[in-house]
Design a protein around this ligand. Structure first.
Ligand SMILES: [Fe+2]
Ligand SMILES: [Fe+2]
Length: 466
């Protein structure tokens, strides 16, 4: 389906959506006309979702929009409806692939009911939760804040970047929810993770590249998101079914949620923690599991792996093991992702380790801290020098790793940026380090070491993210 087709389908969908809400509002939920209107809306939604994972319609200013492109024509006749949505603090509505007709009916009736009461105390989120609606999300974060850009320019990379940003927004919201004693919004977590899984299945390398190249100062949020991505890389490599990937992704995203109940001074402290502080810090897996056990709809695996994510493969770690002799698979994957992200990032108490150093250190702990097979799978997938790493080759030329090669973790594909004299390549080109010389049968080139990216390096604009 091309961009025009999908816009036409979404336009039709919006028409049916308004029709169904109006009918529900006038005739009530049990009337045949309301049921008919929901039927029509449902078939229109199925058509729009035929080749995509989700449809999100949003409000930009006074216009209703899809993928940040407003529908000026239909918006003209929707003024009242848009206003009603805004009163209910709804700026975007997302329909996910698995949305059932039953969920649509709960949603339409909640919307119609709320409009009847002029959006006061709309309680729409509650109504959706009570009706166990998992595949429709309403929210305020998103469209309003982002700059508008034409749909045609939203390529895979931009979509990957957008899912990452939504992940950060979700985590910020979660922090706010917990500090205000509101439950964690698991439906929103599911939504974020489904998008990340989508990006991962379509374009893992650009997702990994994003992790390496993204500049950030919000360590805690970015760390949780990176851990989710590095965990999903392993889960995907194991061939786990998509539904399970989502649950494991949610688990990874929330693994450090217990840190919210550790004193902020300890979390923010630069330099080493004293014994008392360490003991308090070590309570975060227990606190996290407690929060998750109290949160509705949390996959059990999230509570279990949050509890276990600092336990080690050889039974060491914390909290002290009181049961069983095996960790949950998700816990072991999260432990690898967690350690990897912590080492590759600059922290107040250590510099960022070079990619090869992280690899070396983690391999040393294989079978002790980490499950050996999982660790092996992880590095096969991302390589010793993951996408986004700047590397120096044996002829002094410098390039950016763009893709891992599963057959040899130290021989990825590299986009060449500087030649052996240190001059910038006018036209960058990609080489595959698996390539051999035909006569000597030796590899043509090899990586000598990774180098930290600095301001003096000119990274191609297409890889840059803000
Ligand atoms: Fe942790
Ligand atoms: Fe962590």
């Amino acid at each position: 389906m091309d961009a025009c087709d999908i816009r036409a389908r979404v336009e039709e969908l919006i028409g049916f959506l308004i029709g169904a809400v109006r009918t529900g509002n006038v005739y009530g939920r049990d009337h045949n006309l309301t049921k008919d209107a929901i039927d029509k809306l449902y078939s229109s939604l199925r058509a729009a979702l035929s080749d995509r994972e989700e449809i999100t319609i949003g409000i930009i200013g006074d216009e209703v929009a899809f993928e940040k492109m407003p529908f000026y024509e239909i918006s003209k006749n929707m003024g009242k409806f848009i206003l009603q949505l805004k009163t209910m603090k709804i700026e975007k509505i997302s329909f996910l692939q698995n949305c059932e007709k039953r969920e649509l009916a709960v949603f339409i009736n909640a919307l119609a009911g709320s409009i009847k009461h002029h959006g006061k105390d709309s309680g729409i989120e509650k109504a959706l939760e009570a009706g166990t609606v998992k595949n429709i999300l309403v929210g305020t974060i998103g469209f309003g804040k982002e700059p508008e850009e034409p749909a045609s320019e939203i390529n895979a990379r931009a979509q990957t970047n957008a899912s990452f940003q939504e992940g950060i927004d979700f985590l910020k919201q979660t922090l706010d929810d917990i500090s205000n004693n509101r439950p964690v919004n698991i439906r929103a977590a599911r939504f974020v993770i489904n998008k990340i899984v989508g990006s991962l299945l379509k374009n893992m390398h650009s997702l990994l590249m994003l992790i390496s190249l993204k500049k950030h100062d919000e360590y805690t949020f970015v760390h949780s998101l990176n851990v989710a991505i590095f965990t999903l890389v392993q889960a995907e490599a194991l061939g786990l079914p998509e539904g399970l990937l989502t649950d494991i992704g949610i688990a990874a995203l929330l693994h450090d949620i217990g840190k919210l109940s550790v004193e902020a001074d300890i979390i923010k402290k630069s330099g080493k923690l004293n014994q008392e502080e360490i003991e308090k810090m070590h309570l975060h897996p227990i606190a996290g599991a407690e929060i998750l056990l109290e949160t509705p709809d949390v996959p059990l695996v999230a509570a279990v792996s949050t509890f276990e994510h600092h336990m080690k493969y050889d039974m060491q770690g914390y909290p002290a093991r009181l049961y069983g002799d095996k960790l949950n698979l998700a816990s072991m994957m999260i432990a690898i992702a967690d350690a990897y992200d912590a080492m590759r990032t600059k922290r107040s108490y250590h510099e960022a380790f070079a990619a090869e150093k992280v690899y070396e250190e983690m391999i040393k702990s294989s079978g002790k801290n980490f499950h050996p097979d999982l660790l092996d799978i992880f590095f096969k997938r991302i390589g010793i020098y993951p996408p986004g790493t700047l590397v120096e080759l044996d002829d002094n030329a410098v390039g950016l790793v763009v893709k891992a090669n599963i057959v040899d973790t130290k021989r990825p594909q590299v986009e060449m940026l500087y030649n052996s004299k240190g001059e910038e390549e006018k036209e960058t080109y990609i080489i595959n380090l698996l390539e051999k010389d035909e006569t000597t049968k030796e590899y043509k080139r090899a990586i000598v070491k990774s180098i930290p990216i600095s301001d003096k390096h000119n990274i191609p604009a297409k890889y840059k993210t803000e």
